[in-house]
Design a protein around this ligand. Structure first.
Ligand code: ZN
Length: 460
């Protein structure tokens, strides 16, 4: 008997974790952190419904923290097995996981020092050391190279076009007459710069697919017109543009567009600061893995040209970051985190939000309960580091840079199947988006679709 338990990203967009139990073996696909609303974040502290010591292996679909960030905690609880992922994912994890351990430690320290915690003392979920320990478990495997996993089955990755190294993980079971389960991870987009299109998949017995934008159509790609308008207007008014971006993923596309607009003289040449050491490292990995990028980007290994504007600064020290925060000179700041839930962008927001001449521009999904969502919903004030900050700045969002397929693109990808999966599970979405996508798949494709609940177990 084979079962699948949904330990995260069930009717929400974070915390991806799916436990596959087959032939007496246990494999966890994705091992993500919950982010956003407090109720969700508290799940990160809840005990797992299985013993990490008895888990045979972990598989990562891609490096985003909501798919990998729980690994240090899993390892600190006794997980001893290997973590299968693509080489690109391994490289990004090497910068992301220690960084998130550092952030967790910093946040706990700030909370204790400034007394804005109800917990005494506030503890980090895991530390930077835990993260380094977790990295020793990574086992890189290239795309389309099937590997056996702990007697449970065979794993093969295909490019998902969502992030450097992102993959669909096809798991062919040893037991249960060799059924195969396709873990969709996050689905990228078609005809976008930087990353290739998601690869076509034709069959799977069981399919898990994300549904982040299951009820939405992204605004049509306008060739950067609105981005150019927002930047030009803000700079002309003497303001700064703060772009909270997932350090990894969106930063690359943001910089690509800034460079393209600057080269075409559609925006003025102003200082562009990437204030996230992790983002700067990630840009280098993108340059080093150029053969995994969109055919347009294959400029040769190690070339950073595509990812640098004329007055480009990779902000190195916290001191330099403070100078930029304090300065009133016009410029563009790209900083993490993308949903303004933590990281250096909070300091930039604290100084930029009160002033009318500045703009805060969101370029990725803003989950419920995050500061990003509050700002987009028109909050007059937001709380940052225990302090109420008034919102005077212009708040904007551009959806066309999303890394996630919209409903139409998901349907386009699903139409590549030559035979309906026996069951399709919708994960990684909020309930309205999931209901809409479920109805659409049933109506247009006639497939069986189920939206699992948190901690639900199904038999495969
Ligand atoms: Zn992702």
């Amino acid at each position: 008997m084979t079962t699948l338990t949904f330990l995260g990203a069930a009717q929400t967009v974070t915390g991806s974790k799916y436990l596959l139990e087959t032939g007496g073996r246990r494999v966890l696909v994705d091992c993500g952190l919950f982010q956003g609303l407090k109720d969700l974040r508290e799940r990160n502290w809840a005990p797992l419904p299985f013993d990490p010591k008895l888990l045979d292996a972990v598989i990562f679909t891609h490096a985003h923290i909501d798919h990998t960030g729980y690994l240090p905690r899993l390892v600190s609880q006794g997980f001893k097995g290997r973590v299968f992922c693509t080489p690109g994912t391994a490289d990004l994890c090497r910068i992301m996981l220690p960084d998130s351990g550092r952030l967790a430690e910093d946040d706990a320290r700030d909370a204790n020092r400034e007394g804005y915690t109800k917990h005494a003392p506030a503890l980090p979920l895991f530390t930077e050391d835990d993260a380094y320990q977790a990295l020793t478990h990574l086992q890189p495997v290239g795309y389309d190279r099937p590997v056996p996993v702990s007697g449970a089955g065979t794993l093969s990755f295909a490019d998902a076009g969502h992030l450097l190294g992102s993959a669909f993980a096809r798991f062919t079971l040893e037991a249960d007459s060799g059924q195969d389960v396709l873990f969709g991870g996050d689905l990228g987009r078609f005809n976008r710069p930087v990353l290739p299109d998601p690869s076509r998949v034709e069959t799977a017995d069981v399919l898990l697919i994300e549904s982040t934008y299951g009820d939405r159509t992204h605004e049509a790609d306008d060739g950067g017109a609105r981005l150019a308008e927002i930047i030009s207007t803000t700079i002309a008014g003497g303001g700064k543009v703060i772009i909270p971006a997932f350090a990894i993923g969106r930063v690359e596309e943001v910089i690509y567009w800034l460079k393209t607009l600057e080269d075409a003289r559609r925006i003025p040449t102003v200082p562009v600061y990437v204030d996230s050491p992790m983002a700067v490292d990630a840009l280098k990995h993108y340059a080093n893995h150029s053969r995994d990028l969109d055919p347009d980007m294959q400029t040769g290994r190690g070339q950073m040209k595509a990812f640098t504007t004329r007055r480009f600064t990779a902000v190195a020290s916290p001191q330099q970051s403070k100078e930029i925060q304090a300065s009133n000179a016009p410029g563009i700041v790209v900083s993490a985190s993308g949903m303004a839930t933590g990281g250096r962008v909070l300091h930039h927001l604290k100084s930029a939000l009160p002033r009318k001449r500045n703009t805060v521009l969101f370029v990725g999904y803003q989950a419920a309960g995050t500061r990003g969502r509050q700002l987009l919903e028109g909050a007059d004030t937001v709380k940052i580091h225990g302090q109420l900050v008034p919102v005077g700045a212009r708040i904007e969002r551009i959806d066309s840079m999303s890394a996630h397929a919209d409903a139409g693109e998901m349907m386009q990808w699903l139409r590549g199947f030559t035979k309906a999966p026996r069951m399709t599970y919708l994960v990684h979405g909020e309930p309205p988006a999931q209901a809409a996508l479920k109805a659409r798949i049933e109506r247009e494709l006639g497939w069986q679709v189920h939206v699992p609940e948190y901690l639900e177990t199904v038999q495969l």
